[in-house]
Ligand binder design. Structure first.
Ligand code: C2E
Ligand code: CA
Ligand code: CA
Length: 658
């Protein structure tokens, strides 16, 4: 690399060196000619110089790159190298010949001029020949050496001049060495710089491609992450984030004459499947359902897993008959989902409950519609699982009221808006007072009178029934104790929700409240609906009730006949009486009678007493007594009042008898 570079530099200096040598030669010969030098010799010498210069120029031109005189053709470089060195040394020899001939044959003044010319050329060459090493030194020797020899060879040897010439030669060698080394160093540096620069640019290129690679990977990762962020891992369909991003797109590009069908779907019996057969089976069921929902949804519909076993379908449709499309889609999907599912050697069926709503294409309506579909679904789950319910304005109003109720209910107790009313229960045989049923009343400053049928289920959902239940127990027993009936053995029946019975502190609460008001346990009745025994924790419910029974408290099954609890298991429950629902009493002439008679048979067999509620007429009272019902309750005997009012139909022994 370095040698080549030096050769290039030598090539660049070549032509001017030839020119200097040529002009100096012609000039010197001209001068010597005028001083009377040997004309024949000088003529031959000039011709030889001319020929040599021509050869050197030809060699130069032949080795240039594409005819250029300043750039060396690298392929021909080594050829040019020896041609150049040969040409140079030949020129040196010619000057040597000229010097020796002149010093030997001409007067000293002429010889001095020649020596001056040769010395200055030699000195100039320390610079121009800096790229060459040994050939340059040899050239100096050729230029100066013969002059020194010629001085010494004169008849009167010029020793001083010879010594000066020798010194001059050494000086030239030293200068040339310094020049050569400086050039070498600078070229080495240049080369190193060049290497550095190319390494740098190579590194930059590598860095650039590395960066590009990284950028590409980051982009891919971002896309992957976005997919993960928007999709459900288990089923591969959209998740909630994906759904809400889809909603945003709908709102942006939906168009005003379009509507979106929103379908909220819940799988019935999924939890039992998942708990009973294991999560692997549950996962397989969810995957299958998701795939079926996707396959059976029209293109353009987004299928999302909302969480657990809940799915959401968003389907933009032409505005005109969105509702029909929604219903049709629900039917199609129901058919697909309810078909048997094979999961790990089990053949399973899941139920399909759905809430449907229709939305305009703006974001807030869309979110509202999801909520509405969810509410409609909630209604399905409460009333008749496996159905589809379309969200209506009525339903909306009801939910709105329920929302108001749940908001006001939280503070109703502390604001003393809740009161307890008491309705008498009498003996069917004698119509004598045996008990009072405590019934909650709520007068809300915002909502007016709210019926317990309306607010009790909400209180149960909110968990508010726990403090409210304690309040009824406490207030009822307190007022009973304060009334004239506290000491006469008249009982108090309170209604207890299933939620209260999955709390194993309940028996203690009952016991301490009884003690607090000095009422014996035998005077308290807990009315429990059949649904309490359907609860997931029916073992806990049974043990809580058993503990209450052990205290001496009675347990009645309320609304008997309206639930679906297994009648065969009735004897397992720690109950003391069945309370026949008022709907049967009021329909005694049309079908209700059979159920009452059936209930009485069951009660007799299980050794339970019976109470009939909703008795509004004397006829009903008589008929029920005749059938063998033990106790009666209803408007005929007294409405729920805030005081312990005596039944206004006195005992049968009075005027009313017969
Ligand atoms: P329930 O336990 O079946 O209460 C009997 C309901 O029938 C009461 O309605 C009562 O006012 C009504 N009733 C009584 N006699 C007649 C009659 O002759 N004709 C007619 N048409 N109705 C009659 P109310 O007070 O509206 O209570 C409704 C339900 O609210 C109760 O049904 C009970 O399930 C629940 N409830 C009331 N208070 C409480 C409470 O303190 N705790 C719990 N957990 N539930 C309560
Ligand atoms: Ca009751
Ligand atoms: Ca009832």
């Amino acid at each position: 690399m370095l040698a080549q570079r030096l050769l290039e530099l030598a090539f660049k200096a070549d032509l001017s060196a030839i020119a200097v040598s040529f002009t100096a030669g012609i000039g010197t010969c001209g001068y010597l000619w005028l001083q009377g030098g040997d004309q024949g010799f000088l003529l031959y010498w000039v011709i030889a110089l001319f020929a040599l210069s021509a050869l050197r120029i030809i060699a130069h031109l032949r080795n240039g790159e594409n005819g250029s005189t300043s750039a060396l053709n690298l392929e021909l470089a080594s050829r040019w190298r020896w041609q150049n060195v040969t040409g140079l040394q030949c020129a040196g020899i010619m000057w040597a010949v000229l010097s020796m001939h002149t010093i030997a044959t001409m007067p000293m003044e002429s010889a001095f001029v020649l020596v001056l010319v040769v010395f200055s050329m030699s000195t100039g060459a320390t610079g121009t020949l800096a790229p060459l090493n040994w050939p340059a030194k040899f050239y100096f020797l050729l230029m100066v050496g013969p002059i020194v020899a010629a001085f010494l060879a004169r008849p009167m040897p010029e020793v001083t001049l010879a010594v000066v010439g020798l010194l001059f030669f050494l000086l030239n060698v030293v200068f040339h060495k310094a020049n050569h080394q400086t050039l070498l160093k600078s070229e080495q540096l240049r080369l190193a710089n060049g290497k550095l620069a190319s390494a740098l640019s190579r590194e930059q290129a590598e860095l650039k491609s590395l960066n590009e690679g990284l950028e590409r990977r980051v982009k891919e990762r971002t896309e992957d992450l976005l997919f993960l962020a928007e999709h459900d891992l288990l089923t591969g369909i959209l998740n909630r984030t994906g759904a809400s991003n889809y909603l945003a797109t709908l709102a942006e590009h939906g168009g005003s004459n379009k509507k979106t069908v929103v379908l909220f779907i819940d799988l019935d019996r999924f939890k039992e499947m998942n708990d009973g057969l294991g999560h692997a089976v549950g996962d397989e069921v969810l995957r299958t359902v998701a795939a079926r929902l996707r396959e059976n949804s029209p293109s353009g519909a987004a299928v999302c897993r909302w969480g657990g076993d809940e799915f959401l379908i968003l389907y933009p449709v032409d505005g005109s008959n969105a509702l029909e499309e929604g219903r049709a889609l629900a039917d199609t999907l129901r058919g697909a989902v309810e078909a048997p599912i094979r999961a790990m050697s089990h053949e399973l069926r899941v139920g399909f409950s759905a809430g449907v709503s229709i939305s305009a294409m703006d974001q807030s309506s869309l979110y509202e519609a999801i909520r509405s579909a969810d509410l409609a679904l909630g209604e399905v789950k409460r009333q008749r699982r496996g159905a589809t319910r379309v969200f209506s304005d009525d339903l909306g109003k009801r939910f709105e009221r329920q929302l108001l109720i749940s908001q006001s209910l939280r503070s109703a107790l502390s604001k003393e808006e809740l009161k307890v009313a008491y309705q008498p229960v009498v003996s069917a045989e004698t119509h004598q007072l045996v008990a009072y049923e405590a019934l909650l009343r709520w007068k809300s400053p915002f909502l007016g009178d709210v019926r317990p049928d309306e607010f009790i289920p909400i209180a149960e959902d909110l968990g508010e029934i726990i403090p409210i239940g304690k309040y009824v127990l406490d207030r009822g027993l307190e007022e009973l104790a304060a009334s004239e009936f506290g000491k006469t053995g008249v009982k108090l029946a309170i209604n207890v929700s299933a939620t209260q019975l999955v709390d194993n502190r309940w028996p203690q609460i009952v016991e301490s409240t009884l003690t607090k008001h000095g009422i014996s346990a035998e005077q308290l009745i807990l009315e429990v609906t059949e649904t309490a025994f359907d609860a997931a924790d029916d073992n806990l419910v049974q043990s809580v009730l058993r503990a209450c029974r052990q205290l001496g408290v009675e347990v009645h099954i309320d609304d008997f006949g309206t639930g679906y609890s297994s009648l065969e298991r009735l004897h397992q429950y720690p109950v003391t009486a069945l309370k026949i629902d008022r709907s049967f009493v009021q329909q005694m002439s049309s079908g209700g009678l059979a159920i009452i008679e059936g209930s009485l048979v069951i009660a007799k067999k299980s050794g339970l007493k019976t109470v009939a509620e909703g008795v509004e007429t004397l006829e009903q009272a008589r008929a029920l007594a005749k059938l063998g019902v033990d106790h009666l309750q209803g408007y005929y005997f007294g409405k729920p009042e805030f005081h312990f009012n005596r039944p206004f139909k006195g005992p049968l022994s009075d005027a009313n008898a017969g």
